[in-house]
Design a protein around this ligand. Structure first.
Ligand SMILES: [Zn+2]
Length: 450
């Protein structure tokens, strides 16, 4: 069985581009795909016969002509966040697997024995999630155990495990692979990120040609959003719609990812650190009486505005944007308090109880849009993560924020939208990104293209 898996991966590796093109252009027939690759119809037809024979492609239902065969393989994604670690398994169509279905419910029970899983925060979405321990050894042992359990599970049920991706909320030095900046999990700083799992597991993955890759959470979510676009608009000219795309991600931290000319921008450390821009900010004046009582969080508990210096970020910048948002919008001096204030219920009623702070948040979002649109002039900006997705009024106000923050002629064609509300978007993105690395021997020089 092992041999046939290796042989399958050879066909997969050789045909990655064609498979991805089919994945992203399901409405095209063989002759259109042959045209796109500059080959003749018979050549592409022969190619397709091989892909069908190897279970990589299957016939689509109308209007999809061909689709990738979702059951060809699975990919594992882990996103290790400041408070929660999420585990996702996706199929070959990049869709999350339903953990309540057999045999995945068996895997769920196995994982439950390693870590104490939390109940799902969202209905109709069973996300496997547990509290992130803030010490390196716990992160190491849980990650190692989970990967090893998933590997054994895939072997037992004859599933083709293609990739394992881990997303972390920090900056990794490309050469040394050391975590150089990780304010939300400081216990990881100075650690070589490949040490997050045991050498035995790394060897096992390598021997079985299973890709392993560690990414920044904003990079992972950028890949997720790009793929999500293709799923939503599979028959439109989606290549052009998101050819140049910026993703601004605000969970417990604030970071960004970029795609230029349909290529993932990896920069020196894998992503943009827009959250640590040093911005001047003077408190906005109140515009009505409602706003002056804004800092009254409940009837019996008044909370005075916090001092920005008390919330200083590890980046050392006096007016770090991430810090400004924590202090001036959420009135938090520490991560624990901040995370409480950005839970689902608090965000849902945020504007109603905090009209002034909501306006301050809009001011900062406007600055983010201003920088992104005027500097990069992208086709699309996706705002995603807990804060952007959790405050419902932002969806109505975003258009005027976009116009306010840029020259009208620039922003007109730039689509500003909100990302998926899936809470495991980062984990899915990490699994996909790692899959894309399957096709390169020298990981760090890899180009991720669509
Ligand atoms: Zn900072």
């Amino acid at each position: 069985m092992e041999n046939s898996n290796v042989r399958d991966k050879d066909v997969l590796k050789k045909n990655l581009k064609t498979i991805n093109y089919v994945r992203h252009h399901q409405d095209l027939d063989i002759s259109a795909i042959a045209d796109a690759f500059g080959v003749s119809w018979p050549t592409m037809k022969t190619n397709f016969t091989v892909l069908y024979k190897n279970d990589l492609l299957s016939e689509g239902d109308k209007p999809r002509k061909h689709i990738v065969n979702s059951s060809y393989g699975v990919m594992l994604g882990l996103s290790i966040g400041a408070t929660e670690t999420k585990i996702t398994l996706i199929d070959f169509s990049f869709d999350a697997i339903d953990w309540s279905l057999s045999p995945y419910n068996y895997l769920y029970d196995k994982i439950q024995k390693i870590v104490s899983l939390k109940p799902s925060a969202q209905e109709n979405e069973k996300v496997v999630c547990f509290e992130t321990a803030h010490d390196f050894l716990s992160i190491y042992s849980t990650s190692t155990n989970i990967i090893s359990t998933v590997f054994a599970f895939c072997k037992k049920y004859n599933l083709n495990l293609l990739s394992v991706g881990i997303a972390l909320p920090g900056v990794v030095d490309k050469k040394s692979q050391k975590m150089i900046f990780c304010p939300n999990i400081p216990e990881l700083v100075n650690i070589n990120v490949n040490r997050i799992v045991s050498d035995e597991i790394l060897d096992l993955l390598k021997q079985n040609e299973i890709a392993f890759h560690i990414s920044h959470d904003a990079t992972a979510v950028t890949v997720f959003e790009k793929e999500w676009n293709y799923k939503q608009y599979f028959s439109k000219d989606i290549d052009a719609l998101s050819k140049n795309m910026a993703v601004i991600y605000m969970g417990s931290g604030l970071a960004s990812g970029y795609i230029f000319e349909n290529r993932l921008l990896l920069g020196t450390t894998g992503t943009g650190e827009i959250g640590h821009l040093d911005l001047q900010y003077n408190d906005l004046p109140f515009i009505n009486d409602d706003e002056t009582c804004d800092y009254v969080l409940s009837k019996d508990k008044r909370q005075e505005p916090v001092d920005v210096e008390e919330c200083a970020c590890m980046c050392g910048k006096a007016n770090c944007l991430e810090t400004l948002i924590r202090a001036k919008v959420f009135n938090s001096t520490n991560m624990k308090d901040f995370l409480k204030k950005i839970d689902k219920n608090s965000l849902a009623s945020f504007k109603e109880f905090n009209p002034y702070r909501y306006r301050v948040l809009c001011h900062f979002i406007s600055q983010l849009l201003n920088i992104t649109i005027n500097m990069l002039n992208v086709d699309r900006i996706v705002l995603t993560g807990r804060v952007f997705n959790g405050i419902p009024q932002l969806k109505n106000d975003i258009k005027s924020l976009k116009i306010q923050s840029s020259l009208g002629c620039f922003s007109e064609d730039c689509d500003v939208s909100f990302g998926s509300t899936r809470t495991d978007a980062v984990a899915i993105g990490a699994a996909i990104l790692s899959y894309y690395y399957l096709f390169n021997d020298s990981n760090n020089e890899m180009r991720i293209e669509w």
